[in-house]
Design a protein around this ligand. Structure first.
Ligand SMILES: Cc1cc2nc3c(=O)[nH]c(=O)nc-3n(C[C@H](O)[C@H](O)[C@H](O)COP(=O)(O)OP(=O)(O)OC[C@H]3O[C@@H](n4cnc5c(N)ncnc54)[C@H](O)[C@@H]3O)c2cc1C
Length: 379
């Protein structure tokens, strides 16, 4: 067993850390306050190759792997969890299903521009009345000549409004339950597609989350992803990999909060000495660091399994469960270490705490991760 990162992984971490420190961190608080996505920053991620880390060069990627991708999401999230999730949804939720289930034409037409960062991807599964129970979706797709006509809406779509390409799931055969769902690649300019309400959120505020609406939206048959009736399977498998990205996001948020806490605890003096000299504070930092390292190991293991084409559904659910809970716990403690100042916007820990909460909710809530894990450990 080798726990050392390869030279390539170390290099990618350094490159992303430099980018995150110099170009993402300085405006993170301001973009959060203004709920503003920065397209130029995304374009720069594309130029650096970050938008296509795991995809082969023939599809516009840099030919690295899922571990490198997780490291990139972690490093971005260390300073700005919004930047982390924009990349994560783009890569795991939109790029992955096209890479895995797409035809050669679909990969060239859709994966390549996403990998190159010229187009942004999104994933539309959740509906107003179907969240955890995704199989209860209502959005319908009716055959009409060489097209399918989609009607319905999806909510809470990360990258909604900024994305060019949406992977959308709709019911093609209501009689066949899960086997009656099909995945479609929808372009933002397709007739009948529109973007609805933009959510005002607690955290990850510079990552747009919107409703998307299908009003007799015409999708050519060649844009079916995978096979007719394979949609539910594609949706679920996509989330397995997506959870590795969210686990990485959670590890990054927690690490950012720990780094800030260590620096503050060494600097802040009370009772004539730095607060870190109290074990009440330094033991807190020790516990935070330990939980983060355990979460990181689970996350990297899941990414390694995915890279090596080994089963990883259970491990990615465990990584997301552990890392999400760690991010929440660590960021709450970080605010505590900062005392009153932690409760203000003068320091980043309040933003980290707000951002951490979403990692316990999306791509399957913590309860749904437990459902996935318990089914696998008791079968
Ligand atoms: C900021 C943000 C971004 C998102 N991005 C996307 C996206 O890009 N694409 C997309 O398709 N969706 C996205 N989502 C949707 C997200 O995945 C769902 O919100 C999530 O899966 C939960 O669904 P729900 O909100 O309907 O909650 P519900 O399913 O209604 O759950 C409510 C509560 O009940 C619990 N619960 C439900 N069923 C069970 C059960 N069987 N056992 C135990 N507890 C249960 C849940 O854990 C939760 O605590 C996003 C959401 C947010 C907030």
């Amino acid at each position: 067993m080798n726990f050392q990162l390869s030279e390539e992984h170390v290099m990618i971490r350094k490159m992303v850390r430099d980018f995150a420190t110099n170009e993402v961190a300085p405006t993170a608080a301001e973009r959060d306050e203004e709920e503003r996505f920065d397209r130029e920053m995304f374009d720069h991620m594309g130029e650096l190759g970050l938008t296509g880390i795991p995809w082969p060069e023939e599809y516009g990627g840099i030919g690295s792997d899922y571990l490198a991708y997780c490291i990139a999401v972690e490093e971005l999230s260390r300073v700005d969890a919004s930047a982390g999730v924009v990349l994560s949804a783009h890569t795991s939720l939109a790029g992955w299903p096209v890479y895995t289930f797409g035809t050669e034409e679909q990969k060239q037409k859709y994966l390549r521009p996403m990998a190159e960062g010229k187009k942004i991807g999104a994933y539309g599964l959740t509906e107003p009345a179907s969240g955890s129970d995704a199989g209860a979706m209502k959005t319908s797709a009716r055959e009409d000549g060489d097209h399918y006509v989609l009607n319905g809406s999806k909510v809470f779509i990360t990258n909604g409004g900024i994305a060019d390409i949406y992977i959308v799931f709709a019911v093609t055969d209501p009689e066949s339950k899960h086997k009656g769902t099909t995945a479609f690649i929808v372009e933002k300019d397709f007739e009948g597609f529109s973007v609805g309400k933009k959510e005002k959120k607690l955290g990850i505020r510079s990552s747009p989350t919107t409703e998307i609406i299908f009003d007799n939206c015409r999708v050519p048959k060649e844009n079916i992803l995978g096979e007719l009736g394979q949609g539910f399977k594609i949706a679920m498998q996509t989330l397995d990999g997506g959870r590795n990205g969210i686990a990485a996001q959670a590890v990054g948020i927690a690490q950012g909060a720990l780094d800030a806490s260590v620096a503050y605890a060494k600097d802040r003096e009370q009772f004539g000495k730095p607060i870190v000299a109290n074990q009440g504070v330094s033991f807190k930092l020790a516990d935070m660091a330990t939980s983060i390292e355990a979460s990181r190991l689970l996350t990297y293991q899941a990414a390694w399994l995915e890279t090596n084409k080994l089963p990883y559904s259970k491990e990615s659910a465990m990584a997301k469960l552990m890392a999400g809970d760690t991010a929440m716990k660590v960021t709450v403690e970080a605010v505590q270490v900062f005392g009153g100042y932690g409760y203000t916007k003068d320091y980043p820990v309040e933003r980290f705490m707000r951002d951490a909460k979403i990692t316990q909710i999306y791509e399957g809530t913590q309860e749904i991760q437990r459902l996935v894990i318990s089914r696998m450990v008791t079968k």
